[in-house]
Design a protein around this ligand. Structure first.
Ligand code: DC
Length: 225
């Protein structure tokens, strides 16, 4: 069973995917972490992040590992745990260049399919999971939320990490990322034609999870008939 959750930055995908996976006893894959890991490795290597061949060589020559431990996605590069480092602001700001590299996307999509092939049930989240990576997924969701609400969520998340940032600035950065995610030629951010669009602006995380869970259970019952 493959469930895809796509949507823009800070729409709640990661948290929802993790909680839904817990309820369904499924594995989960945070594909943004893969783009972030390549970004971090490229920055550390001082690579030209607009050069696809340099990025591919980094992906080939480093040992990237993605694993789920206690409901958390653990990322390591050459044996070093970078789970926290890939969330740095610098990585976030540079990831969109990496995300528009077509050849790299092909390789990462291939890795995502390999990861999913090993699992009985998987919830996978990103931007192109329902459109490109898993067009035949059992059920596809596309989460959206008002940019101001997404900025508030991001601000609250930053606060828990001890940093404060101006709300308007966060909102602008989010809108800029939306634009660049939607505009790229390869794997752009958009809902699959058969995705269920869920507006999370006025919903709590728990409400979103319940909503998705209901739809997944409905879908599983239909498949059993
Ligand atoms: O979801 P996130 O913020 O961790 O994603 C990090 C970056 O990777 C962001 O620039 C969007 C990009 N991304 C992508 O292009 N395709 C995916 N499937 C997942 C993330």
């Amino acid at each position: 069973m493959i469930v895809t959750i796509d949507g823009p930055a800070a729409s709640g995908k990661s948290t929802v995917a993790r909680l839904l996976a817990e309820k369904l006893r499924a594995s989960f894959l945070d594909t943004g972490a893969m783009y972030r890991a390549v970004t971090l490795a490229a920055l550390k290597a001082g690579a030209d992040i607009t050069d696809q061949d340099q990025l591919l060589s980094i992906l080939t020559n480093s040992d990237f590992k993605f694993a789920v431990k206690e409901g958390k996605m653990i990322v390591s590069i050459d044996g070093v745990d970078v789970t926290e480092q890939i969330r740095d602001a610098k990585v976030t700001a540079n990831a969109r260049n990496i995300a528009s590299a077509e050849k790299l996307r092909e390789r990462l999509v291939h890795m995502q399919r390999q990861f999913a092939a090993k699992e009985k049930k998987i919830i996978t989240e990103g931007r192109d999971q329902g459109t490109v990576a898993f067009p035949n997924a059992n059920i596809k969701f596309y989460l959206i939320a008002d940019p101001l609400e997404r900025a508030r969520r991001r601000q609250a998340e930053l606060k828990t990490k001890g940093s404060s940032e101006n709300l308007e600035k966060i909102k602008m950065a989010i809108e800029e990322r939306d634009k660049s995610d939607q505009a790229r030629a390869a794997g752009p951010l958009k809902p699959a034609t058969d995705a269920i669009v869920v507006d999370t602006t006025h919903l709590t995380i728990e409400e979103v999870v319940e909503k998705l869970l209901d739809r997944v259970e409905e879908c599983l019952k239909k498949d059993q008939r």
